[in-house]
Design a protein around this ligand. Structure first.
Ligand SMILES: Cc1cc2nc3c(=O)[nH]c(=O)nc-3n(C[C@H](O)[C@H](O)[C@H](O)COP(=O)(O)OP(=O)(O)OC[C@H]3O[C@@H](n4cnc5c(N)ncnc54)[C@H](O)[C@@H]3O)c2cc1C
Length: 490
């Protein structure tokens, strides 16, 4: 496969507990070093089903893609390996960045909600069950994101699953996509496996929202594995007195971000807090650095911090199963150490405990899939739009170093979702955009959700018109997205 060397990275850096070359040493990991033999699988008949659209991965982008596709009338199947929908949005992040332009960083600029449509509908549904405070404005740190959209991650899983079923999506959770069936340069079907067996699923159009780009890779697409981010497993920490924790950071002039909203059914409560970690005890700071612990956190509930992150670099790509196993173990050790640090040094956390972890580590990117267009740094910061925009977006995770100019938005073009060399495969989510600087914008949750609405809609229209993704009329796609409340600037 051109452009890739799976499992390797030029940026390898050893972390404690992880050998630099990623080979496995010690204990049960020795099994990974045993000499490999081969086995030839015999061919067998599989049960097969036919749909209009297959969406691979029911995470941040995939949920929205499947909803959009089914609502266009396409017979849609969603294949998700975990037992719930939501993906990294319910496992890794803190707040959903961002439904708005970053108006507060640019005095005089108008506040605009730039991502609407299905992503906003999910927020509306969540609000009804107390699963979000909506989009309250930040009190401190508003030049990073001017609002804080925090969500109850467990309710997000429930609400999105319900919405998918209501929209007629055939939701296959606990089902791993393991292969692609090709017909020349078109994907004809996918192979999926679950406890109900191995099966073939045929369709006319396909959307890869697996974050890792699994379907695109199986289909033979070009990709790179930059391995240029830390991986993470964040914890929810229970038994935290948020007022005392706030008082501690405040008394040390160490508040970096702060937002008030509805928490536990009461208004005007802290829902986001980030310490700068500058004026905290040196012992805490040093030990936190050693275990890659950061605390930008949000909360919807009293006595609970939803996200304390534990980050580390894997020496090889996070598509390497055995390196990921070692990293998972190391991160879980660090989580325990981290909670002990909070208990010892931060008032209000004396009886804290780990209330939840992610089922496996979360990634900021795995494979980067080569598409017809690769969004550039200049496209983002210069607020460029394209004549085939499918989304307007204004957030940059590297603010204030890099921001979209003057509180404006840039456009994500349709061609950035079209997998190069494949006729009927779209991608959405963290796997688009190869340069890390624009990726620090396009990978964020609300961008992924917006991309999902566009790719799901496009896939359904392609199936309806029986055409390839490049033959779809942009006017038809744009008109359909506008009718479905997608907002365009530029
Ligand atoms: C630690 C961390 C913190 C972050 N913080 C923030 C933040 O504060 N705000 C923000 O906006 N963004 C944040 N991000 C970025 C953002 O959360 C992600 O980039 C975004 O959620 C990715 O969405 P996605 O749809 O590409 O992937 P995901 O949401 O990960 O969805 C991929 C889905 O595909 C499934 N899947 C994978 N392979 C297969 C397969 N072979 N078969 C079937 N299913 C499969 C997975 O189980 C998953 O459900 C953070 C990311 C991380 C890792």
């Amino acid at each position: 496969m051109a452009g890739c060397k799976p499992g390797s990275s030029p940026n390898s850096k050893a972390e404690p507990g992880i050998p630099e070359d990623g080979t496995l040493k010690g204990g049960f990991f020795e099994a990974g070093n045993l000499k490999r033999e081969t086995y030839t699988e015999s061919s067998r008949k599989l049960p097969a089903r036919t749909f209009d659209v297959v969406v691979a991965g029911g995470g941040t982008a995939g949920v929205v893609a499947a909803l959009a596709s089914a609502r266009q009338g396409a017979k849609t199947i969603l294949v998700e390996s975990k037992g719930y929908t939501g993906g990294t949005i319910v496992e890794g992040g803190t707040a959903l960045h961002s439904f708005f332009n970053i108006w507060k960083a640019f005095p005089g600029v108008e506040k605009r909600q730039v991502v609407r449509g299905i992503p906003q509908e999910i927020i509306d549904r969540l609000m009804k069950v107390g699963g979000t405070a909506g989009h309250p404005e930040m009190s401190v740190g508003a030049d990073f994101d001017s609002v804080c959209t925090a969500i109850d991650t467990e309710l997000y899983k429930l609400i999105t699953f319900e919405m998918l079923v209501e929209s007629g999506v055939y939701v296959c959770v606990n089902t791993l996509l393991t292969g692609a069936i090709m017909d020349g340069s078109a994907v004809k079907g996918v192979i999926a496996e679950s406890r109900s067996g191995r099966e073939a699923i045929f369709a006319r159009a396909f959307v890869d929202c697996t974050a890792y780009g699994d379907l695109a890779a199986y289909a033979g697409a070009d990709f790179t594995e930059p391995n240029d981010y830390d991986v993470c497993n964040s914890i929810g920490m229970g038994n935290v007195d948020i007022t005392r924790l706030y008082d501690f950071f405040k008394s040390r002039n160490d508040i970096y971000q702060l937002c008030y909203g509805t928490r536990g059914g009461e208004d005007n409560k802290i829902i986001r807090i980030q310490g700068r970690m500058v004026n905290v005890p040196d012992e805490f700071k040093k030990a936190a650095d050693e275990i890659g612990m950061t605390m930008t956190t949000t909360t919807m509930h009293d006595n609970y911090l939803m996200f304390i992150k534990f980050n580390m670099k894997v020496p090889v790509s996070p598509t390497n199963r055995d390196a990921v196993a070692m990293t998972d173990l190391e991160l879980r050790k660090r989580q325990l150490k981290g909670v002990e640090l909070f208990k010892k040094y931060i008032p209000g956390c004396e009886k804290a405990f780990i209330a939840r972890t992610s089922p496996t580590l979360t990634i900021r990117r795995g494979r980067c899939i080569t598409c017809d267009y690769d969004i550039t740094h200049e496209d983002v910061i210069e607020a460029r739009h394209f004549d085939d925009d499918i989304l307007s977006y204004g957030f940059h995770d590297w603010a204030p170093t890099y921001m979209v100019r003057d509180g404006k938005t840039y456009g994500i073009p349709y061609k950035a979702l079209l997998v190069k060399g494949i006729d009927n495969l779209l991608v959405s989510g963290m796997m688009i955009t190869s340069d890390r600087r624009p990726h620090m914008s396009t990978r964020n949750t609300v961008s992924c959700m917006g991309q999902g609405q566009a790719s799901g809609t496009a896939a359904a229209l392609c199936a309806q018109k029986n055409c390839g993704t490049r033959d779809l009329s942009y006017d038809l796609l744009r008109g359909t997205l506008e009718k479905d409340e997608v907002y365009f600037e530029g």
